[in-house]
Design a protein around this ligand. Structure first.
Ligand SMILES: Cc1cc2nc3c(=O)[nH]c(=O)nc-3n(C[C@H](O)[C@H](O)[C@H](O)COP(=O)(O)O)c2cc1C
Length: 264
């Protein structure tokens, strides 16, 4: 892959019919509203018994699905737990922590790393229905490059070869280094699912409800309760509801920004 001409430089949007989408979102401007929303989101550990209307839960889930995600392959799933027996098992798997036990809603955010292959095919099918001409580079991306990058082989059988390829070719060219194993593929998928989870929490807050993201759970028991496959990764469980008195355990704590914000 040359540095100058590759699938990323070729996919420049200058294809027939694309003009009508160029302004999508471009006029939106509301930093104050965004700052307020981000600041208003806190992890709340105790909720009242008030239920969240379906239409609001649905809207929040919709906002989760609009998150950016790698290669737009959408290897995520969001499970709204409505069945009492499953909810009981999940609360138990969450060590019965109050953020789960008192939540009006439990949403399990799941990464499905292995779904990339089916979604590549789905994307190629989707292109056929789009009102704009699909650039050749996009077809090449989903039919050739993505399968090349995301295939790790049965039981990671391709890992040594991918590592060798990346190491040798990487001495001379820019190469996509990850993922080369199923763990890398899981990380790849989890990143995007985590972004969507944040969208979900901000959406609940925008409707006046609070959330608590949780990873304090026994993932095997959560997966058993939900009937999820071994390859599925529980990224986090989001409890949501109306904030109860004492639901916030303390003021927001963040270390000094200089510790984390760097300029190079
Ligand atoms: C991935 C992740 C997992 C978390 N797991 C838990 C959890 O199991 N239980 C809990 O009470 N809070 C959990 N939290 C909430 C954090 O403790 C909280 O975000 C942090 O203390 C900062 O507070 P804030 O969210 O109010 O800004 C989790 C947060 C994240 C992002």
């Amino acid at each position: 892959m040359s540095d100058k001409k590759n699938v990323f430089t070729e996919m420049n949007g200058s294809f027939t019919g694309n003009d009508q989408f160029q302004k999508e979102g471009a006029d939106y401007y509301n930093p104050d509203a965004f700052r307020e929303l981000v600041k208003a989101r806190r992890s709340v550990r105790k909720f009242t018994t008030e239920q969240i209307p379906d239409v609001i839960v649905d809207d929040c889930l919709e906002m989760a699905l609009l998150a950016p995600n790698s290669s737009n392959l959408q290897t995520w799933e969001f499970y709204r737990i409505k069945t009492d027996s499953i909810k009981k098992d999940i609360v138990h798997a969450c060590f019965s922590q109050p953020a789960a036990a008192t939540a009006a809603e439990l949403i399990v955010c799941v990464a499905q790393p292995t779904h990339w292959r089916a979604h590549c095919k789905q994307m190629l099918e989707y292109f056929k229905t789009m009102p704009v001409e699909t650039p050749k580079s996009a077809l090449v991306y989903y039919s050739k490059l993505a399968p090349f990058v995301y295939t790790v082989g049965f039981l990671n059988s391709l890992t040594p070869f991918k590592w060798l390829f990346n190491t040798v070719v990487g001495m001379f060219k820019v190469v996509p280094r990850e993922p080369i194993s199923s763990i890398g593929l899981a990380l790849w998928s989890i990143k995007s699912c985590a972004l969507a989870s944040e969208n979900l929490m901000l959406a609940f807050r925008s409707h006046g409800y609070d959330t608590c993201p949780m990873e304090g759970y026994d993932s095997c028991k959560v997966k058993d309760a939900m009937g999820l496959s071994r390859s599925a990764k529980v990224v986090m469980i989001v409890g949501a509801g109306k904030r109860a008195d004492g639901g916030l355990y303390g003021p927001r704590v963040r270390f000094p920004r200089e510790q984390f914000l760097k300029t190079l």
